[in-house]
Design a protein. Sequence first.
Length: 170
Amino acid sequence: MAADRNERIQKRAAELAGAFVTLDRANPDGAPRLVKLADGSPKWMRDACYAAHGKGDMLPDDWRYWMIEAAAEALAEGADPDDAGETADGLVPIYTADRLQWLATKLDRAGYVDEAIAELGDGTLPDGGITEAIGWGIYAEISETFAAVVGALEDLDDENNEDDEDEAGA
């Protein structure tokens, strides 16, 4: 049963990943790519993006959209829905400039770095200094985004299964 659910989530993730479009304008905040959902995308896709933006806690954000697309692509390619860390690890930018651009785009992103230092570094900076700590913060945000995308797809799967059960019982 879990394998069927993962297959359904993988299928929905592929649909979601395919619904993003790359914009032609220059990206002012340094996100790896400037992407958004295509106009006319289904409500469930907009709901998934809203959930991944903290259900309104974060305004629409280019970096977060990039993370949503990356999470959906990873799931579509068979990433384990229960292992956000493995996916996040491969998505953290390696260049200092990219890390600094991520940090500079939202003041509250420093909170991800602070929490990561507290959790991963026992309150001290890593040997790689501030740029490594920023990488930890990006890792934390990508992990959070991945988990939110998985949660939204699981909720959608649950809703669809409830609808199927209601139709079968009618």
